[in-house]
Write a protein that binds this ligand. Structure first.
Ligand code: HEC
Ligand code: HEC
Length: 322
């Protein structure tokens, strides 16, 4: 009896401690908010040519417009992100046109580069994972993106539409303090893949156009520094949301013949990726937007690369709603 009483007492104290510690931790994190980091001054000046701006626009349409484009202004003035998981809070993407007050007009090229690589903004604050980073993209492509952002293209020409502040949840704040961290600034040059090496080009695109990020098991277990180490690499089953907040499971793109794309023809793959066609089936749905900007050669390279990765048996039923 006595021993049991004692055990209960000890247990009670432990529970109390856990509650108090948890509460204090949560209070500290909530008041601390999303952490800030030391900003490294980056000595970098974008090199703009008509070609780099054109390449940058193509990349931005595939990688940035989806979140930053506003349907009313038709420019990258920011919008509410209906597909951000609600547990992260109420999230708005900011204005990234060249406006000096609300956009990025007074960011330096180095500050933009630093954010896109590491996730640390001009003011030092960390941008949570609902703003993707590009830690492995070739220097030339990052330069192209920044030269496009700096251009007078209608998507990014200065537009003074004000930003809507996001309201990140306590969960987002906690994760930003304990789990999500900035990526390191690359210390060596990152070269473009050799475009005559089809597999190298396909791998580069499959990683840097974020195909792996949606098509592996879960955003939480993705390894952005070493995409191939992501759990369920390209085997699908990840759960991005559509604009109604419904889960749209991602497909298995490994070469498994039954549950992946092992039996697909190259032609079918190209039609699906570029135009969203699926033979005899409902067209592909958001967030799998058609990649009309990719050339047939680029999609063919992605297909060739995907044929070389380890097949994983994982049957994913399509998410179809009324
Ligand atoms: C999945 C949605 C999403 C995509 C894709 C995305 N962004 Fe963002 N971006 C955001 C959100 C949300 C924020 C705000 C982050 C925060 O609150 O710290 C942001 C912040 C930024 C900022 C900081 C602006 C400021 O005023 O603080 C820049 C610059 C930026 N994004 C550029 C880009 C570029 C360039 C791309 C494409 C390579 C891109 N973003 C892709 C959602 C996205
Ligand atoms: C934002 C997340 C996201 C990104 C990024 C993404 N996909 Fe998808 N993809 C999906 C979803 C979700 C589906 C399933 C759509 C449906 O069922 O209607 C899908 C379906 C597909 C399919 C159809 C497969 C099948 O079995 O039906 C192919 C092929 C595909 N994606 C290739 C790609 C390629 C190649 C890339 C990169 C260039 C890519 N995806 C990037 C989310 C994404």
């Amino acid at each position: 009896m006595k021993a049991m009483k004692k055990a209960f007492k000890v247990l009670g104290i432990i529970v109390l401690l856990v509650v108090v510690l948890g509460f204090t931790g949560a209070t500290i994190i909530t008041s601390r908010g999303i952490p800030s980091y030391e900003i490294e001054k980056i000595d970098y000046q974008v090199v703009s040519t008509p070609e780099s701006i054109q390449r940058g626009k193509k990349l931005a349409i595939m990688l940035c417009a989806n979140c930053h484009k506003n349907s009313e202004t038709r420019a990258l003035t920011g919008t509410k992100m209906h597909d951000a998981p609600p547990e992260f809070g109420e999230i708005y993407s900011p204005n990234i046109t060249n406006d000096k007050k609300f956009g990025i007009g007074n960011w330096t090229d180095g500050e933009l580069l630093y954010l896109l690589r590491t996730g640390i903004k001009k003011d030092g604050q960390y941008a949570p994972p609902y703003m993707p980073k590009l830690p492995k993209m070739a220097d030339e492509d990052i330069n192209a993106l920044i030269s496009f952002l700096r251009s007078d293209d209608p998507l990014v020409v200065a537009d003074a539409s004000p930003d809507q502040p996001s309201e990140p949840s306590i969960l987002t704040k906690i994760l930003c303090n304990v789990a999500w961290k900035p990526f390191p600034m690359p210390t060596e040059a990152i070269e473009m893949p050799d475009i005559n090496n089809k597999l190298a080009l396909g791998k580069y695109l499959a990683h840097n156009l974020e195909c792996f990020s949606c098509h592996s098991a879960d955003f939480k277990t993705n390894d952005f520094m070493n995409p191939e180490l992501s759990k369920g690499y390209f085997a699908g089953g990840n759960k991005p949301l559509n604009l109604e907040g419904q889960i749209i499971l991602t497909s298995n793109l490994t070469p498994d013949p039954e549950t992946g794309i092992g039996n697909w023809s190259e032609e079918d793959f190209i039609n699906t990726v570029k135009y969203g066609f699926k033979k005899g089936e409902h067209a592909l749905q958001y967030p799998m937007n058609p990649y009309t900007g990719l050339s047939d050669e680029e999609v063919s390279a992605i297909f060739a690369y995907l044929k070389t990765i380890p097949p994983i048996v994982n049957k994913v039923e399509r998410s179809l709603y009324e």
